[in-house]
Structures are given as C-alpha cells and as structure tokens.
Design a protein around this ligand. Structure first.
Ligand code: SF4
Length: 280
C-alpha cells in the first residue's frame, strides 16, 4: 500500500488555492475571447474585454480575480490503495486553507453560524467532498465558489411527467431569473436525477468538469448544446446588461433515479470560474 502524508496533501492544497485565486484557466480565457468575438452587444463586448483585462491584471500583479475569494471547496478522490499518514487529514486541510487565505490576503468569507454570522477569520471550514476510488493515487481538486452565484442555484423536485422539456424549462428559467446576480457570463452545472442531495452533488461535480467538455452520454451532451443556445438566446448577456453571452457552457451529469422522481439541480458559477487540480 502506498503511503501519502497529510503534509504533502496540505502543501499541494495551498498551491492549488493560490493557483486558482490568481489565474483564470486557459479554457476560461479562450471561452471569454471567443465570446467577445461573437458578442452582438457593444456593452457586452466591453464587459468581456474588461473581464479579460481583469484576468491579466490578476495573473501579472498577483491580485485575486475577484474580491469574493469564495468558499473553499475541496474534492478528494482517494485511491483505496493509499494509506494517508502523518496525522489527521481534516485538520491538515483546514490548516492549508488558513495558511493560503491568510498569507495571500484572500478575503475570509465564512461565518461560523448562519444566523449569528461571526466571521471565522481564516475562511475555515472548507466544504470537503471525499470519494474512495480504485488505485493508489489521490486526485485533489479545489474550487473557490463565490456567494453571489451560489445564491442563484436551485433544486427542482420535478415529477416524471415534466419530461425533457420540463427539465430544460426549469434550467433556463433558473439562469434567467438569476439575471446579473451571478456575474454572467456564467457556467451552469446541472445534476439530473439521483435524489434531492445527489442531484445537488452532481451539479457541483458538473462545474468541476474542464470548461466546454461535453457529457459522456450523447443525449446529455445534446441537452447541453440546446440549453446553451436557449440560455444565450434569452438576451441577458454579460453582467445581465444585455447581449448574447449569458453562459459560457452548460455541463450536465445524469444519474438513475426513482420511478416517481425527476430531480434537477442547477448550480451556477460566475465568470470567475476558479478551480485547479493535482494528482498525488
Ligand atoms: S459571483 Fe463571482 S464574480 Fe461575482 S462577486 Fe461573486 S465571486 Fe465575484
């Protein structure tokens, strides 16, 4: 069995947080450039140009891509032949989040109770998702998830009679009702099927897919293309101020579900689509 220390995991998590917070990914930059080239509205083109400029400044000057540096999301796919040694995993992850957010002056956005609302001061706790997978590697992914776009996410517990059109309508309506709140152009993660909590997890997982990669199932991939076209035809545009670029991509993940259910979750991410990953 392979041994992997919590210190190694923590060190790499700090690196991922820094990478994601200051560097927009190549695919995201490409998507913004392509959107700028085909955007029909002048104000939309100007906004997309400013977003690209913002990404340049963040990378060159080491400034966060957005003032909302997000909830720290950590996805760990742990190979079942890996033995994690050198201490407890959770405190090591917390330590990495504290160090990265404090050392890099990233905004601390977490409050310790949803109603008391006292800031924890170090952006802890992160949201951690762990899966046990075959093999002897650990895949660690990090995302910084802004509050504005997360607030616009929705779950619909539809019934099977809603069918494909009902699902499509729910997704398009969710993005349209969000307007400018999630800082469009957005990335739309859709979890289709499962149950209440599974659909939400799938929607989040869908956001972690490399931007623009399509679903494995052809029917889901077809739905992604149709949804993107429908959402962009609604005309909300960059920052919700009009235009043809409301979304950069729609990612769907489907899962089997109960005969009486048709859950659909929509998790929206903003133009500041910050994520990074490493295989250890
Ligand atoms: S939604 Fe995204 S871009 Fe807008 S403020 Fe939040 S993190 Fe920043």
């Amino acid at each position: 069995m392979r041994e992997l220390s919590v210190a190694t995991i923590a060190t790499h998590l700090e690196i991922l947080i820094n990478q994601a917070s200051f560097n927009l990914g190549e695919r995201e930059l490409c998507a913004l450039r392509e959107a700028q080239a085909r955007e029909s509205s002048a104000s939309g083109r100007a906004i997309l140009s400013e977003l690209l400029q913002n990404a340049d400044i963040a990378r060159l000057e080491g400034r966060p891509l957005c003032q909302d540096t997000g909830v720290a999301l950590v996805f760990l796919d742990i190979g079942q032949d890996v033995h994690i040694v050198g201490g407890d995993l959770q405190p090591a992850i917390y330590r990495a989040v504290r160090n990265a957010y404090q050392d890099n002056y990233l905004r601390k956005s977490m409050v310790e109770h949803p109603l008391a609302r006292k800031n924890t001061g170090d952006n802890n706790p992160p949201i951690i998702h762990i899966r046990i997978v075959p093999g002897e590697q650990v895949r660690m992914r990090f995302a910084a998830k802004g509050g504005g776009c997360e607030n616009m996410s929705r779950i619909g517990m539809l019934t099977p009679s809603a069918g494909r059109e009902g699902v499509m309508d729910f997704i398009v309506r969710t993005v349209c009702e969000a307007g400018g709140n999630p800082c469009p152009p957005v990335v739309v993660g859709v979890g289709l099927g499962g149950n209440f909590e599974k659909s939400a997890m799938l929607a989040k997982e869908a956001l972690m897919r490399p931007l623009g990669d399509h679903a494995e199932r052809e029917d889901d991939a077809e739905m992604e293309r149709e949804l993107l076209a429908r959402i962009n035809a609604e005309g909300h545009g960059p920052m919700g101020l009009g235009g043809t670029t409301t979304a950069l991509a729609v990612h769907v993940i489907s899962h089997p579900c109960h005969i009486a259910s048709l859950p659909v979750a929509v998790n929206i991410d903003c133009h500041s689509h910050r994520h990074a990953e490493v295989i250890l």
